[in-house]
Design a protein around this ligand. Structure first.
Ligand code: FMN
Length: 218
């Protein structure tokens, strides 16, 4: 099926063919259809907070790419990841709330492990003050953090670093979504304890960010 972006590119081909720039436009169209090859400028320009999705689910490949963008290990030798971390203390954990289950991302194996069976999206939406985008999203990435991993090295200032890192991870999620032809929105309004209870967070693990993502409405 042709994506909205591919359709836009085809319109662009028609317009530019009359002014001698058709080859360049064809190249853009091909890149968009292949997916994941948009320039950074295109991805950044297309990112917008979108709160409606089609019913189509995300496949495992899409989910893993998004999770890798959030916290994937990019240098197995050092263990360094796709986002910077104060002193490489890596306080963040990443989950996905899907229509079937809640999954936890394991960076070391780049895989997801089921931690809760069942559709928790309505509960997550309630925890997010009833925001319907959380109920309808085929996947909500949830970022949590263990502040002590960072505060034991940096003291009180470590708390600030954890929030900064959640922002880095969240932006990667939103931009990776765009590069995959998906859309999303950052959600900061939620009851921390309720979200932590849905995910089954242990002591010291705090909910930081919810990022519903999905396919755009055609
Ligand atoms: C920290 C933070 C918290 C946010 N929380 C919410 C939220 O709870 N619900 C929501 O619909 N949008 C939320 N947003 C999205 C903003 O409303 C949105 O980014 C802003 O209107 C700018 O639009 P844009 O993202 O399309 O550029 C949040 C954004 C940030 C950065």
């Amino acid at each position: 099926m042709m994506t909205r972006y591919a359709r836009c590119a085809m319109v662009l081909v028609a317009v530019l063919s009359s002014c001698g720039r058709v080859d360049e436009a064809r190249e853009t169209e091909t890149k968009i259809e292949l997916g994941g090859t948009m320039s950074f400028e295109d991805v950044a320009a297309r990112r917008r907070s979108v709160r409606e999705f089609s019913d189509k689910r995300l496949n495992e490949n899409e989910l893993l790419k998004i999770l890798f963008a959030a916290q994937g290990i990019t240098d197995p030798g050092s263990g360094h990841r796709s986002v910077p971390s104060a002193g490489a203390t890596y306080p963040l954990e990443v989950y996905v709330v899907s229509p079937d289950s809640v999954l936890h991302y394991d960076p070391s194996s780049n895989s997801m492990k089921k931690v809760v069976q069942g559709d928790m999206r309505a509960d997550l939406a309630e925890a997010a003050l009833g925001q319907s985008v959380v109920r309808s999203a085929p996947a909500s990435v949830v970022i949590t953090g263990f502040a002590t991993r960072t505060t034991q090295r940096y003291g009180e200032r470590g708390h600030r670093y954890v929030y900064m890192e959640a922002g880095h991870a969240a932006q990667n999620v939103l931009l990776q979504a765009v590069s995959l032809g998906l859309v999303g929105v950052p959600i900061g309004a939620f009851d921390d304890r309720e979200v932590e209870s849905i995910l089954g967070c242990g002591p010291g693990e705090k909910a930081l960010y919810i990022l519903p993502v999905g396919h755009p409405v055609k």
